[in-house]
Write a protein that binds this ligand. Structure first.
Ligand SMILES: Cc1cc2nc3c(=O)[nH]c(=O)nc-3n(C[C@H](O)[C@H](O)[C@H](O)COP(=O)(O)OP(=O)(O)OC[C@H]3O[C@@H](n4cnc5c(N)ncnc54)[C@H](O)[C@@H]3O)c2cc1C
Length: 461
C-alpha cells in the first residue's frame, strides 16, 4: 500500500481536509478517510433531512473553498427549481436547508473519489478506536478489528458529544428526531438549552407531529438573534489596553456598537467586522479573562454571533406569541423519573419560588460536550497515552499554530475544526474550517515531502 495519511471523521472538516490532502500530497501518497456515522461528507450539522433545519449562514458565505467564495451559491443556483425546495430568499440573504448543503458536500467527495481514483482515496466506514505509535507512524485500529499502518493522522472528529445531560430515563437526543415520533402528541416536553439546537429541536418536534406545549430552559433564557441585512463596518482599531481585560474589551466593543448605531448602522455590522480578528482577540486576552468569558459572556456572544436564519427565528417567535413555546430562565434543581414522565424541579432566575414541571420527555439541547466527558475511544486513548492534551479550558485539544497536537512527545498528529475551540475560539463555522482544511493539508504535505515515500522510512515520530 502507498504511504498513507489518515483523516478521522468525515464531516465538513475531515472531508475538506481529505480533498485538500489529495491535491497537496505527492501522488504516491494516499488518504484514508474514516467515518463511523451513516454517511460521508455531512457530519452532525448537515446529516439532517428536516426541511425546516436551515443553514444559519447565508449561502453566499458557505462555499467549501476559501479561494472560490461563490462556489456553493453557484451550485445552489444551478439546481433545477424542483430541487431547490426549502431555500429561503429573504432580505437578509438566501438560506438553504442544511440537507441540501449535505448533498453539496457529498457530491464534492464523490467527485474526488472518482477523479482521484480508488488507489488514492480510501473510505473506511468504521469507528477509529486507536492510533498506536510504531516506527515511522501509527497503527490505526478500528472498532471492527481492521488495522492500517499510517504515517500520520488528521483528527477531524468535530463537535464533542458528552454523556448526556440532564440525567433522566426520559432524555431525548436532539440529533435523533425519529424518537420524537413516539411522543404523546400533546403532553408537555422540556428542552434544556435555548440556543440554535433548541431552534432545531422545536422544528423537529413540530415536524414529527408534536402539538403540545414546549418549555425551553437555560440559565439566562436567551434565544439566538436573527440575521438581518448587514453592511461592511471597519474592523475596530483595538489597542493593547483594550485587550488587557474582558471588561475593557466588552466596554470597547459596546462603544463601537453605539457609534455604529448613532450613524444609523446595525449592531450586526460591528459583530461581523470583528470576525477576522476574533482569533487574535482570543489569543491576546489573558487566560483568566478567557475563562471569565466562558463563565459569563459566552451565551451573550453566541446569541449575537451565531444567528438564526429569518424563517427559523420567525417560527420561534410565532411559537412564543401563540403560547406554544415557553422560554424560561432558570436552572434544574432535580429530576424525579416516574413511569411515563419526569418531574423536574426548576429554580427560576431572579429568586422566584421553585416550580415543578411534569414532562413526558427532556430534549438535551445544551450543545457541545467537553473533552473530559467524551466517550470517543480514540480521543480518550490519545489523552491517556500523552499523545494529545486537552486545551486550557477542556473544550477540545491543545494544538499549535501549525495545527499539530501539543503532546508529551513529537508526533505527526494534526487537528482542525471544533476540536480547536479552546485554542482558536472562532473555528467552528464553514468559513473558518474551509481555510483550516487548506492550511493543514499544506502543512502535512510539507512535512511528508521530506520523507522518501514509505512511512517505515520516516524519521522518528
Ligand atoms: C446542528 C448544527 C448546525 C450547524 N449549522 C451551521 C451552518 O449553518 N453554517 C456553518 O458555517 N456552521 C454550522 N455549524 C457548525 C459546524 O460545526 C461546522 O459547519 C461543521 O459542520 C463542523 O464539521 P466537523 O466535520 O468538524 O464536525 P462534525 O460534523 O461533528 O463531524 C465529525 C465527524 O467525525 C465522526 N467521528 C467522530 N469520532 C470518530 C471516530 N472515532 N471514528 C470515526 N469517525 C468519527 C463523526 O461521526 C462525525 O461525522 C452547525 C453545527 C451544528 C451542530
Amino acid at each position: 500500500m502507498n504511504p498513507v495519511i489518515a483523516v478521522v471523521g468525515a464531516g465538513f472538516s475531515g472531508s475538506m481536509a481529505a480533498l485538500h490532502l489529495l491535491a497537496a500530497l505527492p501522488r504516491s501518497w494516499s488518504v484514508l478517510l474514516c467515518e463511523k456515522g451513516g454517511s460521508f461528507g455531512r457530519g452532525l450539522a448537515y446529516g439532517t433531512d428536516a426541511p425546516a433545519h436551515l443553514l444559519n449562514l447565508r449561502a453566499a458565505n458557505m462555499s467549501a473553498y476559501p479561494d472560490r467564495p461563490e462556489h456553493f451559491a453557484a451550485w445552489l443556483g444551478g439546481l433545477p427549481e424542483d430541487e431547490r425546495s426549502g431555500v429561503a430568499v429573504t432580505p437578509a440573504g438566501t438560506f438553504a436547508p442544511r440537507a441540501l448543503y449535505g448533498r453539496y458536500l457529498a457530491e464534492l467527495l464523490t467527485e474526488a473519489v472518482v477523479t482521484a481514483g480508488a488507489p488514492r482515496l480510501h473510505l473506511v466506514h468504521d469507528t477509529i478506536t486507536d492510533l498506536v505509535p510504531i516506527a515511522g507512524g501509527y497503527r490505526l485500529r478500528t472498532e471492527g478489528g481492521a488495522v492500517y499502518p499510517v504515517a500520520g493522522a488528521v483528527l477531524a472528529m468535530g463537535n464533542l458529544t458528552g454523556p448526556g445531560a440532564p440525567p433522566s430515563g426520559h432524555r431525548l437526543d436532539p440529533w435523533r428526531p425519529e424518537d420524537f415520533g413516539r411522543l404523546h402528541p400533546d403532553r408537555p416536553v422540556l428542552v434544556v438549552g435555548t440556543g440554535l439546537t433548541m431552534v432545531d429541536a422545536v422544528a423537529s418536534l413540530r415536524g414529527r407531529g408534536f402539538a403540545g406545549r414546549i418549555v425551553a430552559l437555560s440559565r439566562r433564557g436567551l434565544v439566538p438573534s436573527v440575521h438581518a441585512p448587514t453592511k461592511p463596518w471597519p474592523v475596530p482599531d483595538l489597542k493593547a489596553a483594550d485587550l488587557a481585560s474582558l471588561t475593557r474589551l466588552t466596554r470597547r466593543i459596546r462603544a463601537e456598537v453605539a457609534a455604529a448605531q448613532r450613524s444609523g448602522r446595525d449592531w450586526r455590522d460591528v459583530i461581523d467586522a470583528l470576525r477576522p480578528i476574533i482569533g487574535y482577540l482570543w489569543r491576546s486576552l489573558p487566560a483568566a479573562e478567557r475563562a471569565r468569558f466562558l463563565r459569563h459572556l459566552r451565551p451573550f456572544w453566541d446569541g449575537h454571533r451565531h444567528r438564526a436564519a429569518p424563517p427559523a427565528a420567525a417560527a420561534i417567535a410565532d411559537e412564543i406569541a401563540a403560547g406554544r413555546l415557553d422560554v424560561r430562565a432558570g436552572r434544574i434543581l432535580a429530576i424525579a423519573d416516574e413511569p411515563g414522565e419526569a418531574v423536574v424541579t426548576i429554580r427560576p432566575r431572579g429568586g422566584a419560588a421553585d416550580e415543578m414541571l411534569a414532562v413526558q420527555g427532556i430534549v438535551d439541547a445544551t450543545g457541545i460536550g467537553r473533552i473530559d466527558e467524551t466517550g470517543d475511544p480514540l480521543l480518550r486513548r490519545l489523552v491517556v497515552r500523552g499523545l494529545a492534551r486537552p486545551d486550557a479550558f477542556g473544550l477540545g485539544l491543545a494544538a499549535g499554530k501549525d495545527y499539530r497536537l501539543h503532546a508529551e512527545r513529537s508526533n505527526r498528529l494534526w487537528t482542525l475544526g471544533p476540536l480547536l475551540r479552546g485554542t482558536l475560539w472562532e473555528c467552528v463555522a464553514v468559513p473558518d474550517i474551509r481555510s483550516q482544511a487548506a492550511e493543514v493539508a499544506a502543512l502535512v504535505a510539507a512535512e511528508v515531502e521530506g520523507l522518501s515515500g514509505s512511512p517505515r522510512r520516516a524519521a522518528s515520530v
